[in-house]
Design a binder for this molecule. Structure first.
Ligand code: OXD
Ligand code: MN
Length: 583
């Protein structure tokens, strides 16, 4: 392969001159290319074939033990003006960013192959899709990009037609945590990533392009690039409504995206459009239309089981890549939470011993094509996307935050998203279990100043005359004994049912200071053993606790200074005033 696009050729030559690879290979995205890269990596020890009888065409990759998660402290947004990146990002000037990265890239591919990976984020014919090229020296990245994006010849053809593309340059370097940076240059639509092979740092189509760079482009072009799953929820009458939902990393997005409702909710079905990223644009009909820019899942393995996510388990029995999971004695993949099998070898490749910690790394992952998923939606490839009826925000909060509430209007919905907070998880390095503000689950992913991002969100109601209804959920409330109060997983369909009723102007709700909450009997608990008091607690408003929470939210918004939209601050003040009347 080669290209007729001169700027692309010039850039590849320039990068090759800097990084000095032994050879340059263009990736066509074919199955034979995938297989030959897998053979190459088996020879080099980077991949191990798993049991071909139980897991045909499945492979295990063990990463460097110091390279197992996203590195937010080493992730930068490089814009001319520091304020454009905002306090929510680490900033560097583009000049310094390029200098620092180019020093690292200098000669780094000597003796290695540089792969040219054209990819398309979104259905190949969708007007909402966008393309990029990743140059990488990692065959692991290439095979993952093949599963996660529309990769190869078709993407290159689209780039040649359109001319524009995001430029991503990646090298695993020496995998030295002190020589590791992920830098974004949104004004140039460029990404440079060095020193990590981990998914979110190295598969540049995902977080770097589809969220950080795309959020910047989306603001300029009037659309939204969000950290959201997309599902179609089919009711027993056979009607399907689409919902987009934002949760921080490792809060069950993949489980919700492919949930199987319990037998007592006969006739309900969930169809998967996406589990992580959603690009939405106001359509001619005034609604928001969404595509999933990805073509695969890069999901957290631990906790995935027959009871939590049977669809995921089913899709992982063939054609999947596992990263940092454990292995059973007969070479099946294994992780904590799986009901069957026992680990023989841990994620580091050592004989498993409980004293060494978990067998699978807590952030171990699977990569698999969406087409493997039994609940894959027949609308997932629709070029125009799917119309979104409801947007759901959620976090992991042990206390205070009710099971579900509905925003009073779009502006209040933006506040619900802006004030999201959650206990941290293993998807990023750093302490686990600390509550941090994570607006719209975009704290690690918004490519520009959050104050401008909220202004942009508010403006969507001007271009979309029928914006989705907005909700906030919390599946993670605990009681005094530390036990979860809500069963979660498939039973979350009960909450989705109320949400969709509300979208149709039905469903019993009580107007409170913090939003519309379901009445105690509004959520169908038939077939569920949950006592009425627990249910009442889940939808109660703790006025005192909320007064403190809203004061903290107000302070958070104020910390962005004058750039924070006045309208959002006023909405926050209205909630505070309504709470004050009741306290
Ligand atoms: C992910 C994440 O990998 O959010 O999706 O960390
Ligand atoms: Mn994610």
């Amino acid at each position: 392969m080669s290209t007729t696009n001169q700027p692309l050729n010039d850039w590849i030559n320039e990068v090759a001159k800097l990084t000095r690879p032994e050879q340059v290979i263009w990736c066509d995205g074919s199955d034979s290319e995938y297989q030959s890269l897998m053979s190459l990596m088996q020879d080099s020890g980077d991949m191990t074939a798993l049991n071909p009888d139980t897991h045909p065409n499945c492979f295990l990759h063990r990463s460097d033990p110091q390279d197992v998660a996203r590195v937010e402290h080493l992730t930068f947004i490089c814009t001319e003006k520091e304020d454009d990146a905002g306090p929510n990002n680490h900033w560097m000037s583009p000049g310094d960013g390029h200098r620092q990265m180019d020093d690292l890239f200098d000669g780094c591919m000597q003796g290695r192959t540089m792969y040219v990976v054209p990819y398309c984020m979104g259905p190949i014919d969708s007007p909402l899709a966008r393309c990029g090229i990743e140059l990488t020296d990692s065959p692991y990245v290439v095979v993952n990009m093949k599963l996660m994006t529309r990769m190869g010849a078709q993407a290159l053809a689209r780039i040649e037609r359109e001319g524009s593309f995001v430029r991503g340059l990646h090298s695993t370097g020496e995998l030295d945590p002190d020589r590791r940076f992920i830098m974004h240059f949104p004004e140039e639509l460029a990404i440079k990533s060095y020193g990590s092979g981990y998914g979110g740092n190295a598969l540049l189509g995902k977080k770097c392009h589809a969220l950080r760079i795309a959020s910047w482009q989306a603001r300029q072009e009037g659309w939204l690039a969000e950290h959201m799953l997309i599902v179609g929820v089919e009711n027993p009458q056979g009607e399907t409504h689409y919902v987009a939902a934002a949760f921080p990393s490792a809060c069950g997005k993949t489980n919700l995206a492919m949930m199987i409702p319990p037998a007592s909710k006969d006739g309900w079905k969930v169809w998967t459009v996406g589990d992580d990223i959603c690009w939405m644009r106001p359509g001619d009909d005034g609604r928001l239309w969404a595509i999933n820019p990805e073509a695969g899942f890069f999901g957290v393995a631990p906790g995935t089981s027959e009871s939590t996510n049977p669809n995921a388990l089913a899709m992982l029995s063939e054609d999947a890549i596992f990263t940092n999971v454990a292995e059973t004695y007969d070479h099946q993949p294994w992780w904590e939470g799986l009901s069957e099998g026992e680990p023989a070898t841990d994620w580091k490749g050592q004989t498993y011993a409980p004293s060494n910690g978990p067998a699978a790394h807590p952030n171990s992952r699977f990569t698999v094509s969406m087409k493997n998923c039994p609940s894959y939606s027949d609308q997932a490839e629709a070029p125009e996307g799917v119309p979104i009826s409801a947007i759901i925000f959620g976090g992991r909060r042990e206390r205070l935050v009710p099971l579900v509430m509905q925003a009073k209007n779009w502006q209040h919905g933006v506040l619900l998203g802006a004030s999201m907070a959650s206990e941290t998880t293993a998807a990023a390095t750093g302490a686990v279990g600390v509550v941090r503000r994570d607006p719209m689950a975009m704290k690690p992913f918004c490519g520009y100043n959050f104050a401008d991002y909220f202004t942009h969100w508010l403006s969507i109601a001007d271009s979309a005359s029928y914006p989705p209804e907005v909700f906030h959920v919390n599946w993670f409330r605990k009681n005094e004994d530390g036990a979860f109060m809500w069963p979660g997983f498939g039973d979350n369909i009960r909450v989705l049912e109320w949400i969709l009723d509300r979208c149709k102007g039905r469903g019993d709700a009580i107007e409170t200071a913090i939003g519309h909450l379901p009445g105690v009997d509004a959520i169908d608990t038939n077939g569920l053993s949950i006592d009425p008091q627990t249910m009442a607690d889940l939808v109660a408003v703790d006025i005192e606790g909320w007064s403190e929470e809203i004061a903290q939210i107000g302070q958070y918004l104020d910390s962005y200074g004058d750039r924070m939209p006045e309208r959002l601050k006023q909405t926050c003040q209205q909630v505070a005033d309504a709470l004050a009347v009741q306290s």
